[in-house]
Design a protein around this ligand. Structure first.
Ligand code: ADP
Ligand code: MG
Length: 248
């Protein structure tokens, strides 16, 4: 038995040692789920799994960094650095740098943070002469964000009478127009906002089967920390990537 496994309790050991097949670890906060995930990666590597074939998704950069450091102390720096480990956003930004040209983006596309996005939305609202007391830019931003995370594109929005009705009832009948303008302006600027990093990855994997196959083949082992916090867009990406080997 590998010595590093001594650092796990009995309940933690079984999920750590399961090599193949889908799996979810449900346990209370502080019970050691992240630890299981970390040691499971180390264990897979000790069993000969190539770091190249492991994808580990976390919710914060800090968590990714800590896991990577821990794994490095077990399997060594040079091995650990080859694991693709990071937040959903950082990992999918990386994939989009390689593949985004297929969607019409430059490989050096800009990433708009929340403030950039909100500023752009505020200026669109102003240009369209909308009442800024009704079209509050932060609210519009979060509405657009939730559409994107539900994979409701501008086109899908305009094809959905219920959404239009809901925004009209909320006294914001022009929301769809703001959404369209915002998306066009981002695209023209060669920019993706945070939600695009997920939305565009979904689009990429759906529209380009060869790209999907490439990453499915590469990421034979997919580990997600804090899985319960994934939104719909993140869930669909993970499901698509894991569809081939089912090691998630
Ligand atoms: N078997 C163990 N031996 C020693 N410390 C442990 C063990 N399991 C968990 N811990 C420690 O408990 C804390 C919480 O573990 P963590 O994996 O972050 O829990 P969770 O992800 O379930 O919230 C961490 O500091 C971790 O190092
Ligand atoms: Mg945790």
């Amino acid at each position: 038995m590998k010595t590093f496994l001594n650092q796990l309790n009995e309940a933690q050991l079984a999920p750590t040692l399961q090599k193949e097949g889908p799996m979810i670890v449900i346990a209370g906060a502080g019970s050691g789920k992240t630890r299981v995930l970390t040691y499971r990666i180390a264990y897979l590597m000790s069993q000969g799994v190539d770091a190249f074939n492991i994808l580990a998704l976390t919710f914060t950069n800090k968590a990714a960094r800590e896991m990577k450091e821990r794994i490095a102390t077990i399997v060594g720096d040079s091995e650990a650095k080859n694991i693709w480990m990071g937040t959903f956003h950082s990992i999918f930004a990386r994939i989009l740098r390689f593949e985004g040209d297929k969607l019409g983006y430059p490989s050096n596309f800009t990433i708009y943070d929340t403030q950039d996005s909100q500023r752009l939305i505020a200026s669109i609202i102003k240009e369209m002469n909308l009442d800024k007391e009704i079209y509050k830019y932060k609210q519009i931003y979060s509405r657009i964000s939730s559409y994107k995370n539900s994979l409701i594109t501008v086109k899908a929005y305009f094809q959905n009478p219920e959404l239009i009705e809901a925004d009209t009832m909320a006294r914001r009948p022009r929301l769809g127009d703001v959404y369209r303008e915002y998306v066009e302006r981002c695209f023209k600027a060669g920019a993706m906002d945070f939600d695009d990093l997920l939305l565009k990855t979904n689009e990429l994997l759906t529209r380009f089967p060869a790209v999907l196959a490439k990453y499915q083949d590469r990421f034979r082992y997919i580990l997600v920390d804090e899985y319960q916090d994934t939104n719909h867009s993140q869930y669909l990406i993970v499901r698509a990537l894991a569809d081939r080997f089912q090691n998630i």
